[in-house]
Design a protein around this ligand. Structure first.
Ligand SMILES: Cc1cc2nc3c(=O)[nH]c(=O)nc-3n(C[C@H](O)[C@H](O)[C@H](O)COP(=O)(O)O)c2cc1C
Length: 414
């Protein structure tokens, strides 16, 4: 009976344990989690979502405070088009976050950064260009492009000295999205180094509509593998979404996936950035507590615990401090929804917005508990403490369980 450890992901001469811990913003896939994954020989991700805020928390910088001060006069103005990111600050925050992580890296694995296109930051092209270029400057091993089709993203960094040596990959949820990406980038003569196929059971934003239940990862990945083979492309295809045990992973590796990307099991790792009390909510969740809804202003459905305090909350948009979801014209679907409710309650009291959420503020404050479909199985991966709470696990324990387990067994902590 095979184990994940019988397989390796080959990147040139490098052989990697084929376990990738996926990016989880905002700072849920923390540097500590990525560093442990790399130390154990796999691939860890940090995320550059809300990187100015992450830098403030990690390094005591004051980027968010400075931005709030600069745009203070605009706070009660519904027009946010003038609220811009300072590109030098964005570059510095990214370089600090990525650079300090890479300096601490040990072991044979790699660390990538997850870069979501939907973080349009009131200047989609220039901010994405700065994010990717600064991560490359700071020595990141690779960039995983996500939450968007990224048709122009390679072009934004094609003159960077590391464009051809860093690992660059993309997350897709259909063969069509991959075809589009390859077609749009054909002129650059630079293929992605890996393609992650994310199915409908993943956490975070989904590349499917509310009919996500109609799709399944095994079918989509078989289509992508066939396409890559037919086109004689030498690109590793990686399966993601709902891979909960080592045996789940082996079944994908045996049918042609080069590696698996996982996340949900690591949300209850000690090294994961979620607050301790939120990890307990993940443990206690039942299947009925996990919903897919459309409250994210990105336009993508998102999976989350239905008890997330963010749902129905009506806080004032915080774009002067954050503003990561402002489109190129300074709009965000939450601002529109909030203003509609404000018009009904002009005193500003008792505002509840049901259809959208202020994603930046809520994710930053860990009030929106995005999670994978199998979060309700996390309770089966650990033991309970005397007080009834669940024991969080070391990332090493979870990683090795994926790497060595057979027969769908899940090793409990000692
Ligand atoms: C809490 C959480 C947050 C996530 N955030 C992101 C994100 O910011 N960007 C992204 O591309 N994927 C995100 N994902 C998706 C994961 O990187 C991963 O591909 C997927 O969840 C794997 O499936 P699994 O959770 O069933 O193992 C997130 C997943 C979880 C559980």
């Amino acid at each position: 009976m095979k184990r994940v450890d019988d397989f390796r992901l080959k990147f040139g001469k490098k052989e990697i344990v084929p376990i990738i811990v996926g990016g989880m913003g905002v700072d849920i896939s923390s540097a500590e989690l990525a560093l442990e994954t790399a130390r154990l020989g796999g691939i860890g991700h940090i995320s550059d979502a809300m990187v100015n805020d992450v830098s403030d928390r990690r390094f005591d910088t004051s980027f968010v405070k400075d931005k709030t001060k600069l745009y203070k006069a605009n706070i009660n103005n519904s027009d946010k088009s003038g609220v811009k990111f300072d590109l030098d600050v964005l570059a510095e925050a990214t370089r600090r976050h990525v650079g300090s992580t890479m300096e601490a890296k040990k072991g044979d694995g790699l660390i990538f950064v997850n870069c979501m296109e939907k973080l349009t930051m009131n200047g989609p092209r220039e901010t994405l260009q700065v994010r990717m270029a600064s991560a490359l400057d700071a020595g990141i091993d690779g960039i995983t492009l996500s939450a968007g089709l990224h048709l122009g993203s390679f072009g934004l960094i094609s003159d960077h000295p590391r464009f051809r040596d860093a690992k660059l990959g993309i997350i897709v949820s259909s063969v069509r999205a991959l075809q589009l990406f390859l077609r749009k980038n054909a002129r650059l003569d630079r293929k992605p180094d890996y393609v992650i196929v994310e199915g409908p059971l993943a956490g975070g934003h989904l590349g499917f509509g509310l009919d996500w239940e109609q799709y399944d990862l095994a079918t989509i990945i078989a289509e992508v593998i066939k396409y890559v083979k037919d086109e004689q492309l030498d690109i590793p295809v990686i399966a993601a979404g709902g891979i909960f045990t080592g045996s789940d992973a082996v079944s994908f590796l045996e049918s042609g996936s080069a590696a698996v990307q996982v996340a949900t099991r690591f949300t209850v790792a000690n090294e994961c950035g979620l607050p301790t009390n939120v990890k307990q909510d993940y443990f206690t969740a039942s299947e009925a507590d996990i919903v897919v809804n459309t409250i994210s202003p990105t336009g993508y459905p998102m999976r989350m615990l239905k008890g997330s305090p963010a749902i129905g909350d009506g806080i004032r948009p915080n774009c002067e401090s954050y503003g990561y979801l402002l489109d190129g014209n300074g709009n965000c679907a939450y601002i529109t929804a909030y203003n509609r409710e404000l018009a009904l309650h002009p005193d500003g009291k008792n505002i509840s917005v049901q259809d959208k959420t202020c994603l930046c503020t809520q994710m930053r404050n860990f009030k929106l508990w995005t999670c994978g479909h199998y979060t309700y199985r996390l309770k089966d991966t650990t033991r309970r403490n005397a007080d009834g709470s669940y024991q969080t696990l070391s990332a090493e324990h979870i990683f090795k369980d994926y790497q060595f387990s057979v027969d769908h067994q899940i090793a409990l902590p000692a």
